[in-house]
Design a protein around this ligand. Structure first.
Ligand code: T5A
Length: 209
């Protein structure tokens, strides 16, 4: 059986996803596994260019345009990084993935969920679907406060949305987790980073078999 696995991290802004990707990558490397760390939007030269646009475009960005930018980022990432890594049996850790599109553009922005599902099938195929999705859960305001406390960077288009939007994001992820309990693990994220990591590890080793 191929040993490559795609593991994704999801959650509200500032939930600690990047921090946990780094901690998990180090732990898996200590176990001798090849690990590829990546993020969405981004992860490829094209994706990083589109990331800057989708996060900081100064004018109005139509919701459909926003959706298609995320889909373009993902198509590039899957083709150029994720699929080749899985084919050589690496573990890919991705900071946000398709579930973010379902939640942000589908559930929060109100775009057609059936169309978004078709886009996922088109961009991921059936070989780049996450084996495990770690949902780092905490109240939206807690994550936003962490992101703001980082300082130095102005709020992006998403962070600048109101409280109702961010609450819908948290609720949306919890709804997806409930619908797919075999793939999702909900991890409480309002704990110190090392404690969150300690709770993630057994879930990952279980998924890796
Ligand atoms: N988006 C994305 C969509 O709308 N559709 C999509 O399809 C996709 C893929 C991306 C934006 O795009 C949207 C969602 C986003 O709004 P981003 O900057 O990548 O923008 O946003 P985030 O993914 O939210 O990234 P952040 O860096 O803001 O949050 P993280 O990665 O969850 O958090 P992290 O690890 O960077 O930590 C944030 C701060 O908190 C501290 C860290 O040191 C850091 O200072 N921290 C903790 N503090 C206390 N306790 C803990 N356990 C902590 N863990 C981390």
């Amino acid at each position: 059986m191929p040993e490559g696995r795609l593991i994704t991290f999801e959650g509200v802004e500032g939930a600690g996803k990047s921090t946990q990707v780094r901690l998990l990558a180090a732990a898996l490397r200590r176990h001798g596994r090849e690990v590829v760390e990546t993020r969405e939007p981004g992860g490829t030269p094209l994706g990083e260019e589109l990331r800057a646009i989708v996060k900081h475009h100064p004018g109005d960005l139509a919701p459909a345009a926003e959706l298609l930018i995320f889909a373009a980022c993902r198509a590039q990432l899957v083709e150029h990084l994720i699929r080749p890594a899985l084919e050589r049996d690496a573990i890919v850790l991705c900071d946000r993935f398709a579930d973010s599109t379902t939640v942000y553009q589908g559930l929060a922005r109100g775009l057609d969920l059936a169309f978004i599902q078709l886009l996922h099938e088109f961009t991921l195929g059936n070989d780049c679907v996450p084996a495990l999705t770690l949902l780092l859960d905490l109240p939206a305001e807690g994550g936003l406060a962490r992101a703001a406390a980082r300082g130095g960077v102005a709020a992006d288009r998403f962070e600048a949305e109101g409280a109702a939007f961010h609450t819908a994001i948290r609720d949306g992820f919890l709804t997806l987790a409930k619908a797919e309990p075999n793939r999702f693990r909900v991890i409480p994220a309002d704990l110190p980073p090392e404690e969150v990591h300690r709770r993630i590890l057994p879930e990952v080793f279980h998924a890796l078999g």
